[in-house]
Design a protein around this ligand. Structure first.
Ligand code: HSE
Length: 369
């Protein structure tokens, strides 16, 4: 029986992964071993299969004995561990969601509903490193793979509205704490119909700019504001998050020639769903219904929402998508720039298709091959 090690299963993405694996009945037919960086010998989580006490995530000997390692521990752990295991000759499958290995030639970026062919080819040529993509990129491809693969798309500009969860669990807490402080300080100004909106605005502005306002994680107020910068600067005025859009999407779909993808990435006060406003430049005029059909052909989770006010408010928001596997796209219409330009808005759960789900599915795929 194959032995599968789980590292970082207690964190936010790891918890979602275990929850999804339990829900899908994935815990069968293999031997799970749970690793820890802080509680060696502790009790493993209950997954319906016998598992030994928690093992040491730094124990290369124990890790080398595994057939598969699934890590949600983050990039530092991958950097510290993966290379040393390979140097020892370990030939097992490494599955993680960190950016450390993503762009390496010997790693494949996994998003099997849209690139199963690329994954299968990689496995066939001996690839053993299976890496989940950047959440924004994966969510965009969940709806855009169909039109891209159909050869309809010349380029895409993606302007993102990224949720707090993408920055981490502590950031989600900070966002809500910011909202709490705003509410506490506004007091009756927020609910008294006789209070002036300008007085409320002045109060909130004072809160947002006060020394005591909690901004440790984000480095700036997010609630009642936004932050148009995610990750580090790279070349040409881009951020690393923006750079990933082009390089990862093209690698995921193995596109040649490449389809240019670029835009600005912005953090907003949503909890766990990333949204993106897309400008899609088509290779000529394509009737909108054909574009919509190509989007639906991307996979069973790509859902087209009619470009109408009620449907948009009811279905095309982070709130209505959170916790579901549907990746929705709506507001679709041709633009003033010409009939070969289409506007769209898409939203998906960053913790599911953007993080845990591709790992869960890759593990199943590997175990059942
Ligand atoms: N980098 C993403 C974000 C997280 O900051 O929202 C997931 O790839």
């Amino acid at each position: 029986m194959q032995r599968v090690g789980f590292v970082g299963w207690r964190g936010m993405v790891g918890s979602v992964l275990l929850e999804r694996m339990r829900a899908e009945g994935d815990f069968k037919g293999f031997e799970p071993i749970f690793f820890t960086t802080s509680n060696v010998g502790g009790a493993p989580p209950s997954v319906g299969l016998d598992a030994p006490p928690l093992a040491d995530a730094g124990d290369l000997e124990a890790l080398s004995s595994l057939d598969v390692i699934v890590s949600c521990q983050g990039g530092d752990y991958t950097t510290a561990t993966h290379g040393r295991l390979r140097e020892r000759g370990w030939r097992g499958a490494w599955i993680d969601a960190a950016s450390t290995l993503r762009m390496r030639d010997d790693a494949v970026i996994i998003l099997d509903p849209v690139n199963r062919d690329v994954i299968d080819r990689a496995i066939g040529s001996g690839t053993r490193d299976f890496i989940g993509g950047n959440c924004t990129v994966s969510l965009m491809l969940m709806v855009m793979a169909g039109p891209i693969r159909a050869g309809m798309v010349e380029w895409i500009s993606s302007m993102t509205y990224q949720a707090a969860s993408g920055a981490g669990a502590r950031n989600m807490q900070e966002l809500v704490r910011q909202m709490q402080v705003i509410g506490e300080r506004a007091g009756a100004l927020a609910s008294d119909p006789a209070a002036s909106a300008l007085a409320l605005d002045g109060n909130v502005q004072q809160t947002l700019t006060s020394e005591a306002y909690p901004v440790r994680e984000f480095g700036a107020p997010l609630a009642a504001s936004l932050i148009p910068w995610i990750d580090k600067p790279v070349a040409d005025g881009q951020t690393r998050e923006e750079w990933k859009g082009h390089v990862e999407a093209n690698k995921i779909l193995a596109l040649s020639p490449e389809v240019p993808i670029d835009g600005l990435c912005v953090r907003v006060g949503a909890m766990r769903c990333h949204s993106q406003a897309l400008t899609i430049k088509l290779r000529g005029e394509v009737p909108l219904p054909e574009v919509e059909d190509a989007i639906r052909a991307s996979n069973q989770w790509a859902k087209v929402i009619p470009n109408e006010p009620d449907a948009t408010k009811r279905e095309l928001t982070p709130v209505t998508v959170a916790g579901t596997l549907d990746v929705k796209i709506g507001r679709l219409h041709t633009m003033r720039m010409g009939k070969d330009h289409v506007a769209a808005f898409t939203v998906g759960d960053q913790l599911l298709w953007g993080a845990a789900e591709p790992l869960r599915r890759m593990l199943q795929l590997w175990l059942s091959r």
